[in-house]
Write a protein that binds this ligand. Sequence first.
Ligand code: FES
Length: 159
Amino acid sequence: MIPTHLRQELEQRVAQAITPREAAVDVMKELQRHYGWLTDEAVAEAAAILGLSPLQVEELATFYEMIYRRPVGRTVVHVCDSISCWAMGGETLLRHLEQLLGIEAGATTADNAVTLLPCCCLGNCGNAPALMIGDQLFGPVSPEQAAAIIADHRKPPQP
Ligand code: FES
């Protein structure tokens, strides 16, 4: 259950939006920040805050790649696998990260530190190949740079 102050803040955001759906991504992202991923409980809470049905929230959640409906690691690395990045070495970058992290794309490291997710165009095509961690975009990223970027952005375990 989210704390009262967060619920009130989100209700306020929804009240200020033209339609509840307009605030849906914002609400889901905040709940995801709170829980680490969008749990079933979070879907129900988002639905209550937005005045939508849980099914409507579910539909929105599955549409957005940055909303996670299953547990993810503390740091999520999105690697673009769309055409510009693919043409500029995105696949090599992804394979390199798989090797570096010892996981396949779509998986999370055993220590729960990093999840590696291929994704659609990040809107950074001019700087391909691109990756994104949190709200931060990177590109063009060489395999060597990717290792340093991940090391810099790896979140430590919660005490
Ligand atoms: S194709 Fe990769 S950012 Fe657009």
